[in-house]
Design a protein around this ligand. Structure first.
Ligand code: ZN
Length: 329
């Protein structure tokens, strides 16, 4: 299984040109009119090294271009029985020379055009495509040749000494897939939230964006629920921002933990009747604001009840928190 994605179009969604209509009608049982059809572009696969450390050659993409013509794709598993499918009527290999794959080769992708009839049954799916919800595409195909990207060894005959995913002299080792002989399926797969982030990161389109956006621009767009794809530079930018936030969150958590411990200690002094474990449970549920309020009140209270007695400070264990409390925060 390899993964692709839905391509954002600059052109209006679903508009069918006469040339396209002609191609589509080669696959239909009757002649369709343009307004009866919905079309979209999907990237079926590309020559990026995927999560399994496999990648297609450009020649393989060229071969798959022929193999995928006319193939139907399913929307998702629940629709399998309903027979709702989209059919590929056109395929092309696009090379974006300004982008490189992980092996340093120009980035190439197999872009398919697919159609489906605009029926009531298909309307939900069309809406999802328009809104960009269903983005990831999974394809299945069979290849004749698997070789190691480092030594070129034929991996169908046996393993070489290189390990996929490792780097040798700065070169990534992966399995290069070549000479495909069958393309048997393509489908839209549900994308879990976590995975989607990976998709955005891996697949950086060139269609709409110009320039690198700042992390605050990106976060603003995210919070507005905008669909977007990030360039490699933007991924660096945003991951730096996230690391910074994680550091701050860690410091904040440490502060809260200390505050909570102190509130429990002070409560034992001010209200010795409340058992420690109960106070710990209560403190665990307190907000930062509540903890601060209790800390303040307890400090005043414990100051009244047990003013620090320097001569006893070292001797009485329960006296220690009062002393230490002065140094907190
Ligand atoms: Zn090898």
């Amino acid at each position: 299984m390899k993964e692709g994605y839905l391509l954002k179009r600059k052109t209006e969604h679903g508009v069918v040109s006469p040339q396209e209509l002609e191609k589509i009608n080669q696959y239909t049982r009757r002649e369709f009119q343009a307004q009866e059809l919905y079309t979209f572009s999907v990237v079926l696969c590309d020559n990026q090294v995927d999560r399994d450390f496999e990648c297609f050659t450009k020649a393989a993409l060229e071969k798959l271009k022929e193999l995928f013509l006319g193939k139907t794709g399913i929307f998702d598993h629940s629709m399998r029985s309903g027979g709702q499918t989209a059919r590929i009527y056109d395929c092309r290999v696009e090379t974006l020379p300004e982008r490189k794959n992980q092996l340093g080769e120009p980035y190439s992708r197999l872009v398919a055009r697919a159609y489906l009839p605009r029926t009531a049954k298909n309307q939900d799916f069309i809406t999802e495509l328009d809104s960009g919800i269903k983005k990831e595409v999974s394809v299945g195909c069979a290849v004749n040749r698997l070789r190691c990207s480092i030594c070129g060894e034929d991996l169908k005959k046996g393993a070489c000494r290189h390990q996929k995913g490792k780097t040798y002299d700065g070169r990534l080792c992966c399995t290069v897939l070549d000479d495909p002989y069958d393309a048997y399926e393509w489908s839209f797969v549900a994308v879990p939230a976590q995975r989607e982030a990976g998709v955005i990161k891996m697949y950086t389109p060139t269609d709409t964006e110009e320039g690198t956006r700042t992390s605050s621009d990106i976060i603003k767009a995210f919070s507005e629920g905008k669909e977007m794809t990030l360039s490699p530079e933007e991924c660096v930018e945003i991951s730096g921002c996230l690391r910074e936030l994680a550091k701050k969150a860690e410091a904040g958590e440490a502060y809260e933990r200390e505050l909570r411990q102190e509130v429990v200690r002070l409560s034992l002094l001010s209200q010795p009747g409340v058992p420690k474990d109960i106070m710990e449970r209560v403190a665990k549920r307190m907000t930062l604001e509540e903890l601060k309020a209790f800390q303040k009140a307890y400090r005043q209270e414990s100051g009244k009840l047990a003013p620090p007695k320097p001569q006893l400070a070292g001797a009485r264990a329960e006296g220690a928190p009062i002393e230490n409390a002065e140094f907190k925060i």
